[in-house]
Design a protein around this ligand. Structure first.
Ligand SMILES: Cc1ncc(COP(=O)(O)O)c(C=O)c1O
Length: 466
């Protein structure tokens, strides 16, 4: 084997040994034929990818538009009227001064964070911020010590860092240099909402010269939260106080691409300096058309009904699972703190309802998701009816570090508008059945161990007498 191949194989083997080897999921491996799948993994939160209305709209738009294939090159090379028209429309929809399309949310974050912060600036980011922000920051002009994380959603921690920076940095104090604060409105792995208003208040208060800039990634909130799915920034009326907002099209909108909402000046700067915008072929016209059709569904209010159903399912799931978790040791399975039953103390969450992303924390996420895949609800149904539920596979994904922090392995449940209460009931049945089986296994193991220990003890005693 060549030396390079040996090194690559060793890296993969190490991932295998640590049980964190990534593999592409294939439905043929996930389910047996004839089984239907209830998917709790996809970010298709509004289930628009299966919407006959959207499919028809996209097909109609494609068939009635002359230019749908490709885009011919970078936006800087080829005029792209469809792209420009979508940007203008999104400015109006999101009440933004300017909009700039990127091929993905990943490219947008990389472009923004690599290009905009200037020498002497600092980026303070939530410790759970998405990998794309990290990649952008790493390729920026800033040294590693100008990239500082703060404890997840903690405004006091953010304040503390800004205060420390101001006590040392003359340029930050006098407004010559800037501080960027990077957050997600809804965190992808935890389902927590950022306390956006408090963060903006804190930055404005501590940096009154206007050199504090908040950047909000709305990837997981787009389409669901705020009026007509405009996101949490709009829902809190913060549009004019946020430096940049990212909306992605690949999750709730069942399309691809992303838009950054910024000022005219920042847009102009990005199209001159953001390499992930400059050196890449623009989104195909077909992609732009498809994204436009999804925004039609947001604007005409169709998705509001879906979002309302989704929110109702989230509350239903969390309320039901909380009841069951009372009889399950938290060391085996638990909800994160922000989804625990209210203790009467005010929560740092600006929204009191659970989001569509619900992490089930467990040290054994692979065991839980494998169990769910093979779970047959009929086995556990206690009705006497002759109706046998169809064979279903409950598809969930185990998530391990480094995707999430150490000791926070989990099964990440993503609820979607296409789910029914019955789907959610089946999921709950499966989770509870797994937990009880693990409790039973542990009890049996303990009993066997005790028996073995006492036999050994008796034998040792007898041997000592001989
Ligand atoms: C918070 C967040 N930002 C950005 C992205 C990247 O968006 P896209 O999938 O459009 O590249 C993701 C995708 O996983 C994300 O979760």
């Amino acid at each position: 084997m060549r030396s390079l191949d040996q090194k690559l194989s060793a890296a993969l083997k190490s991932r295998d040994e640590r049980l964190i080897r990534r593999r592409l999921p294939e439905f043929s491996q996930i389910v047996t034929s004839g089984q239907s799948v209830i998917d709790f993994t996809s970010n298709d939160y509004l289930s628009l990818s299966r919407s006959p209305t959207l499919r028809r709209a996209v097909l109609d738009a494609l068939s009635s538009t002359p230019d749908i294939l490709g885009s011919g090159g970078s936006r800087l090379l080829v005029p792209a009227p469809a792209h420009a028209a979508l940007e203008a429309r999104l400015c109006r929809f999101f009440d933004a001064e300017a909009a700039i399309l990127f091929n993905s949310g990943f490219d947008a974050n990389v472009g923004l964070f690599s290009a905009v912060p200037q020498l002497g600036d600092v980026v303070i980011y939530d410790e759970l911020i998405h990998a794309s922000v990290h990649d952008g920051m790493r390729t920026s002009r800033l040294s590693r010590d100008s990239l500082i994380s703060f404890a997840h959603n903690s405004v006091p921690a953010l304040k503390h860092i800004i205060r420390r920076l101001l006590s040392h940095g003359e340029d930050l104090k006098t407004g010559k240099s800037s501080i960027f604060v990077a957050v997600e409105s809804l965190y992808s792995m935890d389902g927590t909402f950022a306390p956006l208003s408090e963060i903006v208040d804190c930055v404005e208060e501590m940096l009154p010269l206007g050199n504090g800039f908040v950047i909000v990634d709305e990837a997981h909130a787009t389409g669901i939260y705020g009026p007509k799915g405009r996101g949490l920034v709009t829902s809190l009326g913060l549009e004019k106080r946020i430096f940049a907002r990212l909306h992605t099209f690949g999750k709730s909108l069942a399309a691809s691409g992303a838009v950054l909402l910024v000022t005219e000046l920042v847009r102009d700067y990005l199209l001159n300096y953001a390499r992930s915008f400059i050196y890449t072929t623009a989104l195909t016209n077909a992609s732009v058309i498809a994204a436009g059709c999804s925004f039609d569904m947001l604007e005409d209010g169709t998705t509001e009904v879906l979002a309302a159903h989704l929110m109702e399912l989230c509350a239903f799931f969390v309320n039901r699972i909380r009841v069951h978790l009372k009889s399950i040791p938290p060391t085996l399975l638990r909800l994160p703190d922000h989804l625990q039953e209210s203790t009467g103390t005010p929560s740092s969450q600006p929204f009191q309802f659970p989001s569509q992303i619900i992490p089930l924390l467990t040290a054994e996420p692979r065991s839980l998701s494998t169990f769910l895949l093979a779970f047959s609800p009929s086995e556990y149904s206690n009705t006497n009816s002759h109706h046998t539920p169809p064979s279903v596979a409950i598809y969930t994904k185990p998530i391990f570090p480094p995707t999430v922090p150490r000791e926070t392995s989990r099964v990440r449940i993503c609820l979607q508008a296409g789910h029914t209460r019955e789907d959610v009931e089946i999921l709950i049945q499966g989770i509870v059945a797994w937990a009880h089986r693990r409790i039973e296994d542990a009890r049996r193991d303990r009993k066997e161990w005790n028996q073995m220990a006492s036999e050994i003890g008796v034998r040792t005693w007898m041997e000592s007498k001989l």
